[in-house]
Design a protein around this ligand. Sequence first.
Ligand code: FES
Length: 152
Amino acid sequence: MKRQAEGSDFARMMAELQKQIAEQERARYSVELIAEARNPRNVGRMDEADARAVVRGWCGDTMEFYLRLDGEQITEITFMTDGCGPTVACGSRMTAMVQGMSLEEAGEVAAQDLIVALDGLPEENVHCAELAVITLREAIANCFKLDATDDV
Ligand code: FES
């Protein structure tokens, strides 16, 4: 009987803890960002990608993008990261934003565009959006490097 009471106390304590975590998360991050981080799109490495890039941010986290192209159009894009929730959200939202764009259009996407699309980021997470932009631009630059070697 005592063991059963301890079990329900523990379950109540865990439910309260989860509720507190969710409230803290909601106080820091937008609904949009939380939804994107919890259900990220286009996650994974791509076999035989036309271009890829991996960049490590100053925080020590890495972002990777893989691109499949039709001419200069991005037909498929995936990402991987070992970063925080906001970084996952930035990688995911970036893939959704640039799929179907030309390389030139995708290269013009700025961190601020990503931040607006996620309905805001706390100041301390702005670098997560910047890491996504820098990594995408590196992947785009690598596309042109591949083109250059194709001509040789
Ligand atoms: Fe490192 Fe988000 S904290 S990229």
